[in-house]
Design a protein around this ligand. Sequence first.
Ligand SMILES: Cc1cc2nc3c(=O)[nH]c(=O)nc-3n(C[C@H](O)[C@H](O)[C@H](O)COP(=O)(O)OP(=O)(O)OC[C@H]3O[C@@H](n4cnc5c(N)ncnc54)[C@H](O)[C@@H]3O)c2cc1C
Length: 320
Amino acid sequence: MHLIESANISQLTTLRIGGVADKLFAPKEKQELIRIIKQLKTENIPWAVLGGGSNSLISSNGVRGAVISTASLNWVERVSGDLVLIGSGAKMPKLAGQLAQMSLSGCEFMEGIPGTVGGAIIMNAGAHGQWTSGILDKVTFLDTFTGDEIIIHSSELEFGYRSSTIDTKRYIVMEALFKLNEDKTEYITERMKQYSRQRNMSQPKGFSSGCIFRNPLPNIPAGKLIDEMGFKGQAFGGAEISNIHANFIMNAHGASSEDICHLINKIQTKAWTTRGIWLEPEVCGMGQFSEEQKLLWIHPNNRIINNSVISIEKEILIKK
Ligand SMILES: Cc1cc2nc3c(=O)[nH]c(=O)nc-3n(C[C@H](O)[C@H](O)[C@H](O)COP(=O)(O)OP(=O)(O)OC[C@H]3O[C@@H](n4cnc5c(N)ncnc54)[C@H](O)[C@@H]3O)c2cc1C
């Protein structure tokens, strides 16, 4: 069992932010993952799963408990015809290339999305009008409450825009069956190149977690709203709101999770108080965040402190 004690996990994220995790596990196969969870439960150690870390903001104060990296659960096996079984740790861009070589189409949209298949299912990652849920046939989960391996058909799962209703405190994606279409390798790779060109023109390069907020409404892109509110280029500590795409907060030079949270709070507060729009983070938080920072993931009308609801306006008043 591969285990590192006191592991700095910032390098496992695309933001390159995150402190020390008490324990870091990287299982290579399903049975190993099942054994790790069983052991952690016996020892009463909390755990969290990390895929490609491309949609995760890990606290610079670290993670108390265990982080399970799925990086080595990365098999790709053609089961039959257009069905492919993929380990949850398979990285999306590499997978899209591998499938293209197998003359299988459907994952081209994953080109340039730096996460894993497990993260893509949890977030229902998508681009160019296509979604992970659209190619998903079945998912094999570990039910960590019972220790059972369960296979669920995608029609029994609920997916939304950049979201699924899968309870990540209970279920771990171990592998997935994708249903793809046969096509010529050259056509598939041409589509991937086109997607890559589009991405290169619209997104900044550097350390980020992609879009930091979900679009509040289909006709209101978060990036456009943030741009209109005048945030492009604003910085705090080592973090900076991209000049190219305002929904990207970059780790420009040695940013901490606190710097990112500060900018998230500033943007959310202005959107809520001046436009009445709630900008919900798309990025998932992991680790030791303060009670105030945890509120950034909660709708202003549902923020409860000491048994009373605290709205953003009231929070500002309290701070004053
Ligand atoms: C430059 C850049 C561009 C991006 N472009 C896009 C885009 O075009 N479209 C898009 O949708 N997203 C995009 N993203 C965001 C991100 O890549 C996706 O959300 C991706 O699906 C996250 O996958 P991950 O493996 O990195 O997830 P992580 O960040 O590792 O995890 C995200 C969440 O999923 C959970 N999780 C991960 N793996 C598992 C598992 N096996 N079982 C249970 N829970 C799990 C984690 O605990 C966490 O809650 C982009 C990000 C970057 C940095």
